[in-house]
Design a protein around this ligand. Structure first.
Ligand code: KIV
Length: 269
């Protein structure tokens, strides 16, 4: 997305794109280097997802990620980008207990990392938390369907909202829009359900494993670039960086072993 104003994309810009029926993209980023690459590529929204847990920090899932880690990662993503809106996840344990805790955590992400919005998981239960943040001037993105922070309660990474469970996701989506979220992520839900919710809501609906009927799509960057070893079925690898990097590093190590790196070109006298 070109940014004629040379400023960061705003939540109003995203709403306008959706009103114009322009589909847009959001990608995860966890540090400065990828942030600068994705920003340069014109991706309008960078998500400092707590998927950093299993895609950057070597954890099994998102649950162990703590607020201090999110702040450190988000600060690097903000530093690495100029034009994208940077959204950071409120990690598990940093908001559920009360709207005040949610505000305290979001304020830290705003002041210490300088993100422009936060995302949190859940439906009606988190409406008071969302209202508190919005009341303080913090834009909030919602997240429904497969909410990874609840993976144990949900019994695994399974499609959500099939059959009669669909209605509760629809009700939650409407409640979040009414509470004021500027956008909503729908993860791992049937395409028909996601399409119906996107049609029903005015705010942008961002899909991941939710079919092509959403207003926008989000992807985990390591899935997109072929680094993840067992990527989810809904991700498509557009490059094979794992193979490229493995080959590159092996070549370099072999050159070191053979004494042919460094050459004169990399040498000072
Ligand atoms: O943490 C994350 O990266 C996310 C996306 C998968 C939506 O929440």
């Amino acid at each position: 997305m070109s940014n004629a104003h040379n400023r960061r994309i705003s939540i109003a810009d995203l709403a306008a794109k959706t009103r114009r029926n322009e589909k847009w993209s959001m990608i995860t980023s966890y540090e400065e280097m990828t942030a600068s690459i994705f920003d340069e590529a014109g991706i309008p929204v960078l998500l400092v997802g707590d998927s950093a847990g299993n895609n950057f920090l070597g954890e099994e899932n998102t649950i162990p990620v703590i607020l201090d880690e999110m702040i450190m990662l988000a600060r690097a993503v903000v530093r690495g980008s100029k034009n994208a809106l940077v959204v950071a996840d409120l990690p598990f344990g940093s908001y559920e207990k009360s709207p005040k805790l949610a505000l305290d955590s979001a304020v830290r992400l705003f002041k210490e990392a300088k993100v422009q919005a936060v995302k949190l998981e859940g439906g009606k239960k988190v409406v008071p938390h969302i209202k508190k943040l919005i009341g303080a001037g913090i834009p909030v993105m919602g997240h429904l369907g497969l909410t990874p922070q609840s993976v144990h309660a949900l019994g695994g990474f399974k499609v959500q909202g099939r059959g009669k469970d669909a209605q509760s996701i629809i009700n939650d989506a409407k409640a979040l829009e009414k509470a004021g979220v500027f956008a909503l992520v729908l993860e791992l839900v049937p395409a028909e359900l996601a399409t119906a919710i996107a049609a029903e809501l005015d705010i942008p609906v961002i899909g991941i494993g939710a079919g092509s009927g959403c207003d926008a799509q989000v992807i985990v960057w390591t899935d997109l670039m072929g680094i993840t070893v067992n990527p989810p079925k809904f991700a498509k690898a557009y490059r094979n960086l794992r193979a490229e990097m493995t080959a590159g590093v092996r070549e370099w190590a072999a050159d070191v072993a053979a004494g042919v790196f460094p050459t004169e070109e990399q040498t000072f006298h």
